[in-house]
Design a protein around this ligand. Structure first.
Ligand code: A3P
Length: 293
């Protein structure tokens, strides 16, 4: 264990958010008891976690779909390693839904024996970088950066929560056979949310009627989530985590290709070179812009 800086806590080579992490929990994370019907969303930060939390919560909880229950998404699909509301995980009824940013090598042993179903959501890293840049400038618990140029260096060096993007996705993908895990991209969800919902309900064996699927798609849209206090984390950001700017939102833009509005040509080419060097022969496809399809 080493102290990285005032914002980051490094445990076994991976950076966690210092103020939110429970170190004792982390030390025992591999022994965390997994149930056969647990469900895990795994993401690198800013890849669509909050969106997927909402989608899975809508798929799994009828009361969420039909609006008869008023529970925040974060309490339906809490973060394994950031238990900000101090929920009693062991007392939760099955099926339990969790989200997590952990690297593959810190996964609870039960996941490695394929007990639970897992979903890895990935996003093109240029958009991840831009989203993370804005989020880091918004949230008081993260280190702010003055420019994209500066942030790109920090991001590529892995001096951020989640460490190096390349290591996170490659680690999970290369060890995918140890887990019961489905890979799905943010861009695929953006391109065809309905089809993605169908894919997910099939993977998780949740049979949904056409009407149910419609209800999930409508309530998981960017605009709907932005105005839904249970889904948009506005209160968590303002009252629990703290922001530097009261206008900022977790749901910022929600598009594919926003990096084009932020990167210079030189920065984009530099990023491409580093991407190709690190991701050579990596089989998953990345979508950098929906128009290029
Ligand atoms: P942007 O900053 O590019 O807008 P995470 O939840 O992993 O931190 O990811 C946050 C990113 O997902 C933000 O990206 C946010 O706007 C986007 N997002 C959240 N809900 C979304 C939705 N319903 N549709 C599309 N994007 C969404």
């Amino acid at each position: 264990m080493e102290n990285t800086n005032e914002y980051l806590f490094n445990y076994r080579g991976y950076n966690f958010e210092r103020a939110l992490i429970d170190i004792e929990f982390l030390k025992n994370i591999e022994d965390f008891e997994i149930r056969d019907d647990d469900v895990f969303i795994i993401t690198y930060p800013k890849s669509g976690t909050i969106w997927t939390q909402q989608i899975l919560s809508l798929i799994f909880y009828e009361e969420h779909r039909n609006g008869t229950e008023n529970i925040k998404t974060i309490d339906r699909v809490p973060f394994l390693e950031y238990n900000i509301h101090h929920l009693e995980y062991a007392q939760r009824p099955s099926p339990r839904l969790f989200s997590s940013h952990i690297p593959y090598y810190l996964a609870p042993r039960g996941l490695k024996s394929k007990k639970a179903k897992m979903l890895y959501i990935y996003r093109n890293p240029k958009d991840v970088l831009v989203s993370f840049f804005h989020f880091s400038n918004l949230v008081s618990l993260l280190e702010a950066s003055d420019t994209i140029e500066h942030y790109m260096e920090t991001f590529l060096d892995g001096k951020v929560v989640g460490s190096r993007w390349f290591d996170h996705i490659k680690g999970w993908y290369e060890h995918r056979h140890d887990f019961n895990i489905l890979f799905l991209s943010y861009e695929e969800m953006k391109k065809d949310l309905r089809n993605s919902v169908l894919k997910l309900s099939k993977f998780f064996d949740k049979e949904l009627s056409e009407e149910d699927v419609d209800a999930v798609v409508i309530q998981a849209s960017f605009e709907k989530m932005k105005s839904d206090a249970r889904a948009n984390y506005d209160v968590i950001l303002s009252d629990e985590i703290g922001t530097r700017n009261s206008d900022g939102r977790f749901l910022r833009k929600g598009t594919v290709g926003d990096w084009k509005n932020h990167f210079t040509v030189e920065q984009s080419e530099r990023f491409d070179r580093i991407f190709h060097k690190n991701m050579k022969d990596f089989p998953l496809k990345f979508i950098w812009d929906l128009n290029e399809e």
